[in-house]
Design a protein around this ligand. Structure first.
Ligand code: PLP
Length: 397
């Protein structure tokens, strides 16, 4: 079978692959401590569950408008207003099948062969793959651990060429939990305006900020508001990743183009997902305070425990629910005579030999690092960290 060159470039999602292997091992009765998946461990708001149930029980199974329900788009617009102080109307909102589809649609309408998209790294697994799917070229802009994994305007400007069309900014960041401070957001925004780039701001973790400062989105700093997209969704904030509900807010022409592609590819987002998200957005938000405090406590605990393992270095996250730690110290070692040369190999050994699932930095363009998700119970976290420490102590030079 001959497949298209665009799809031949695409690899399966590393995070989903590791998590499925861990799940298969668990089905075989193996007790795996899963620190790999970015799936919140708290319950979705009750109102969301009731709304989805009522929608189905009342027998609603029809198509919905491709752009998404007006009431839901109004709720998203209000949410963005409260979160970032942005004023937008519902015509600037598109409802998508998860934030992932919003990002994919953005690249599909914006770039093609010959174009470049800037991706600050460490970066979420799917950005580069989704750019490759369009035929365009991902251009990586590394943020260093010394800078707290905060990308700088200076590093970005060095990678801008005549072919650069768009940039993706993700703060709080997956996998580092880094938050870009306002003065750097402002400097990056000036570049975006100066070079007439399109900004795709992946704000999916904006509600999971446990730093001492109010969260800011770079979209607010951009002069030309027709060239912005802010992406969010219900997966992380409302613990409903399997429902597949995302949104994108931005310039009218961009939103309409993306809506037209969505209308031809998936018709509309499923009804139960839209009603559940609407109830979640319209319902009380105070449960998020507890969630944020829990993640803050866990972040401190995980960092403290990792730092107690010889040779491990990290930057404490300020948001989201991951820690990215350097395991470089443990490369070029041996486990029972078998060599470990990369963090991919190390993560593989950790899964098969120590029964703890983590994601190797290679998945985030950050070899030498390992991402640990603390979106799981304290018991699983401690079990996983015990196993990591135990396994590393057995390695020889
Ligand atoms: C940075 C980032 N963006 C987007 C997504 C996709 O989220 P969704 O479940 O809404 O598609 C994820 C999911 O892990 C993510 O970490």
């Amino acid at each position: 079978m001959k497949f298209t060159s665009r799809t031949r470039r695409i690899k399966t999602s590393a995070t989903l692959a590791i998590s499925s292997t861990a799940h298969r091992m668990q089905l075989r009765g193996i007790d795996v401590a899963n620190l790999s998946i970015g799936q919140p461990d708290f319950s979705p708001p009750q109102g969301a569950l009731d709304a989805a149930r009522a929608y189905i029980m009342e027998g609603h199974f029809g198509y919905l408008p491709p752009q998404g329900l007006l009431e839901l788009r109004k709720s998203v617009a209000r949410h963005i207003g409260q979160l970032f102080g942005l004023t937008v109307g519902p015509s600037h909102v598109l409802i998508t099948t998860g934030a992932k589809q919003a990002i994919s649609l953005a690249f599909q309408v914006l770039v093609e062969e010959g174009d470049e998209v800037l991706i600050p790294t460490p970066a979420w697994v799917s950005y580069a793959q989704l750019v490759l799917l369009t035929g365009a070229r991902p251009v990586f802009v590394p943020a260093s651990m010394e800078d707290g994994f905060v990308i700088t305007a200076q590093a970005i400007e060095a990678k801008i060429t005549k072919r650069t069309r768009a940039i993706i900014i993700n703060s709080p960041n997956n996998p580092t939990g880094a938050i870009i401070p306002p003065e750097e957001l402002d400097a990056i925004a000036r570049l975006i305006d100066q070079y007439k780039l399109v900004l795709i701001s992946d704000d999916i973790y904006a509600s999971l900020n446990f730093s001492d400062s109010r969260i800011e989105s770079i979209v607010k700093y951009i002069h030309d508001q027709d060239r912005i997209l802010s992406i969010g969704g219900a997966s992380k904030t409302y613990a409903m990743p399997g429902l597949r509900l995302g949104w994108v807010v931005g310039g009218l022409k961009l939103i309409e183009r993306m809506r037209d592609v969505l209308s031809q590819t998936v018709s509309c987002v499923s009804g139960p997902a839209q009603y559940a998200a609407m109830a979640a957005l319209q319902g009380p938000q105070d449960f998020l305070d507890d969630v944020i405090q829990t993640y803050k406590k866990r972040a401190g605990h995980v960092c403290h425990r990792l730092r107690s393992i010889p040779g491990i270095h990290l930057v404490e996250p300020k948001g989201a629910f991951y820690v990215l730690a350097s395991f470089e110290h443990y490369l070029n070692t041996y486990y029972k005579g078998q060599s470990i040369a990369s963090t991919s190999e190390l993560a593989n050994f950790l899964l098969t030999e120590a029964h703890v699932a983590v994601t190797p930095g290679e998945a985030f363009h950050a070899p030498g690092f390992i991402r640990i998700s603390f979106a799981t119970s304290d018991d699983v976290i401690d079990k996983g960290l015990d196993r990591i420490a135990g396994f590393l102590s057995e390695l020889t030079r």
